[in-house]
Unconditional design. Structure first.
Length: 115
């Protein structure tokens, strides 16, 4: 299926596109075709998700224990949301850029099935 058909069928809802979330995380970190705004948002939330548990554990030194628990709970919420947004960024980029679509399809990062 070429890029034009992909866009038409996706917008009509006749196909479903599945994006490998862990691969999307790596793509958002490394591929310049994602876009600087998306890349910055991805990096920000990924770093927040990684730092929250560390900050929560360090907070045990100066703050009550429930701040630690809160930091860990927030990290558990932020990290899957970051993976989901990375997958959405990859999907949006495949809709915008034909060469990106072809490379993601060939790499097996996106899978297309009938809707």
């Amino acid at each position: 299926m070429n890029h034009g058909e992909f866009i038409d069928m996706y917008r009509k809802g006749s196909i479903r596109v599945q994006v490998d979330k862990s691969a999307a995380m790596h793509i958002c970190d490394r591929d310049s075709r994602i876009g600087s705004g998306r890349k910055a948002a991805h990096s920000f939330w990924k770093n927040i998700g990684c730092l929250l548990p560390i900050a929560g554990i360090i907070s045990l030194i100066w703050l009550p224990w429930y701040y630690c628990v809160g930091g860990i709970i927030l990290a558990v919420i932020v990290m899957p949301a970051t993976q989901k947004s990375a997958a959405e960024f990859v999907l949006e980029a495949t809709l915008e850029d034909e060469s990106f679509y072809v490379s993601m399809l060939e790499a097996g990062i996106i899978r297309i099935s009938k809707g």
